[in-house]
Design a protein around this ligand. Sequence first.
Ligand code: GLU
Ligand code: ZN
Length: 307
Amino acid sequence: MPAARKLRGRFAPSPSGRMHLGNLWSCLLAWLAARSVGGEIALRMEDLDPDRCRASYCDQIMRDLEWFGLDWDGAPVYQSRRSELYAAAFRELEKQGLLYPCFCTRAERLAASAPHRSDGVAVYDGHCRDLSQAERDELAQTRRPAWRVRVPARRFGFSDLLQGDFSQQLDRDCGDFILRRSDGVYAYQLAVVVDDAAMGVSQVVRGSDLLDSTPRQLWLQDVLGLPHPEYGHVPLLLAPDGRRLAKRDRDQELGALQTRFSASELVGVLAYHAGLLPEPEPITPAELLPRFNWSRLPKEMGLALDD
Ligand code: GLU
Ligand code: ZN
């Protein structure tokens, strides 16, 4: 009998700043979900955006993960070095007739009165979908286009490890989305699908802010002939005042937290919020392994994180 394939999870931080507690929360849960069943976990730096990402942040993230007691398997993967892979997938979609250039400016896209997705982004109104070649040539004289993918009028759904069934009607809830920006940078949606498959990722644990990216990623996996990983979307940690944690919350940044707490104290607080400890008390990620259980995790974060 062939050996059962090992579960393979991943960390996929965006190195656009120092990690904050919210990033560590999703990393800790991804690590526990993989390691608690003897699985592997890969590390991928989502550093596609040259304006926002720095190599020094990548190094810092690795030091922070290690400080926290989270390890990974194999060499870290840098998306900024993998454009060839994304270009190949892009060409494949182009061959299937699914891509078209979009010349709309940001202002024009915002002005189009379309319904809004749950992430607050307007659903693209399809303005450039059916431009003639002559119109495209004309527009290309003065503007560099972004490239969008034509989504089908179909519903894509899946069963989330934590959130249960979730689906979207792609044309209505998502709309044609950008796969390559006008500056040539490949979009997250394309890179994530290519990389999860290329890296053999079978389980994706990430923040619930990405729940509504998942149906379009499942569809892209289908059109590119790639397997579907399983998904678990964990609730976002909130700042003490109930807002989403952001890079500007300096007091929740690891640099500031490290001056006040030990790694095991922070793990203990997170584990308590994850329902894995009755009280916040110092503990290491490794000590949490036998306690990890999807059914204990909260689907939503009612509690704000206050040190
Ligand atoms: N890089 C993304 C983030 O840090 C995560 C993307 C993903 O997990 O698919 O929010
Ligand atoms: Zn357009």
